[in-house]
Design a protein around this ligand. Structure first.
Ligand code: UD1
Length: 363
């Protein structure tokens, strides 16, 4: 084994590749390539993450940009194939569940190049989520499924993927969080946004199921308006969500909310760490709040990260104004009782990147 080609494309991939690249750099003679598909391309969605995470400039940027799922996935495949022909790595390492993940896994698998999937085995069992289709297909294609938690191994076994192709390595996102937590704390983002020293809520919403329907988005924004009457609500907003609020004419409901452009990784962690509660539909924030011991309310019917509920601070709630308000009130009561403590599921220990590399080098 002498070369790895890591593929990233969208914001949540960047935090996952960083500890793996770092662990790989410590292996003598190992050649590593970093390919960015360009699925995310705004400075706020991409470049600032590379800077915060100390990632190298990608060897190749495919520059695919936005499009429908079919267009985006197809463009990634078309652009990736010649790169693979040129670099001929021993392994293609894909991360998470975005369109870039499945597109590059498929190209590599068809060329007989081995595929490793980091963050394998997660399942929401909701096939209306584009990410769920990406997860199912990528794990079927992968020669090595590297899971973040034991439920991932169980899910893969139930789908007939043999145990020899599966390895529990733990959570690479947590490696990054533990590495940069102190730096994020020192950044003091709460003070910079005028919310230090008092209760505030940190909010993100970007899933199509929450933001692409005016009635659902209206319910969520209504709840945020109610919450803003109690404490500042800091909402760094994904470009997709900002666009939908404008399209649906819902701007008035967001008047009392502090809407920010997308934040960097360090600013995000700095704000999450001190928040009274987090209200979100993000996957990564469910994990980060668990490790930080910050209560998290996830407005989704399901989660592919069940350990954040059973061992962490996360709770699933409906995307309804009344349901959100009730859940917020319960969190504030429980918080006053000191009921939230940091959770560390198995393998969420800051060494997952090293275990990914160990698994690849051993094979
Ligand atoms: C993607 C992932 C999702 C992940 C999210 C994190 C898939 C299927 N979805 O969703 O799992 O949680 O990233 O952010 O891969 N846009 C910009 N600038 C950018 C990127 C996107 O303005 O740099 C806008 C475009 O209008 C684009 C829209 O956001 O059409 C959606 O982007 P896209 O990459 O298709 O999906 P995300 O919603 O970001």
């Amino acid at each position: 084994m002498s070369s790895l080609l890591h593929v990233v494309g969208a914001r949540p991939n960047f935090m996952k590749v960083a500890p793996v690249l770092r662990a790989g750099a410590a292996v003598p003679g190992l050649r590593q390539y970093l390919v960015h598909t360009g699925q995310h391309y705004d400075a706020a969605m991409s470049d600032r993450f590379f800077a915060d995470l100390g990632l190298p400039t990608p060897d190749v940027n495919l520059g695919v940009g936005s499009g429908t799922h079919a267009v985006q996935t197809a463009r990634i495949m078309l652009e990736f194939e010649p790169v693979l022909d040129r670099l001929t790595p021993d392994w293609v390492v894909v991360y998470g569940d975005v369109n870039s993940t499945v597109a590059c896994a498929l190209v590599a698998a068809k060329k007989g190049i081995r595929v490793a999937h980091v963050e394998a085995g997660l399942r929401s069992r909701d096939r209306t989520m584009p990410e769920e289709l990406n997860r199912l297909l990528t794990d079927q294609l992968a020669d090595l499924c590297l899971t973040p938690s034991r439920d991932g191994n169980d899910n893969l076994r139930a789908e007939g993927i043999p145990d020899v192709r599966v390895k529990l390595v733990g959570n690479v996102m947590v490696d990054t969080l533990l590495t940069l937590r102190d730096t994020a704390h020192e950044l003091g983002a709460p003070a910079a946004h005028g919310v230090a020293g008092a209760p505030y809520a940190f909010v993100t919403f970007h899933r199509p199921s929450n933001v692409d329907h005016p009635d659902v988005l209206g319910e969520i924004l209504g709840a945020l308006d109610d919450l803003a009457a109690q404490m500042p609500v800091v909402f760094p907003i994904h470009p997709r969500t900002r666009q939908r609020i404008a399209d649906f004419g819902l701007g008035a409901l967001a008047r009392r909310v502090t809407l920010l452009d997308p934040l960097s990784y360090l600013e995000t962690i700095s704000l999450v760490e001190q928040a009274t509660l987090v209200l979100t539909d993000s996957g990564g924030l469910q994990e980060e709040t668990t490790v930080l011991g910050v209560p998290c309310l996830t407005a989704r019917a399901n989660t592919e990260r069940p350990v954040t509920v059973t061992e962490g601070t996360n709770r699933l709630i409906p995307s309804k104004r009344d349901g959100i308000n009730r859940a917020v009130a319960e969190v504030l009561t429980r918080r006053a009782e000191g009921a939230f403590h940091p959770g560390r599921p198995e393998g969420w220990d800051g060494r997952a990147g090293e275990r990914v590399i160990a698994a690849l080098v051993a094979d």
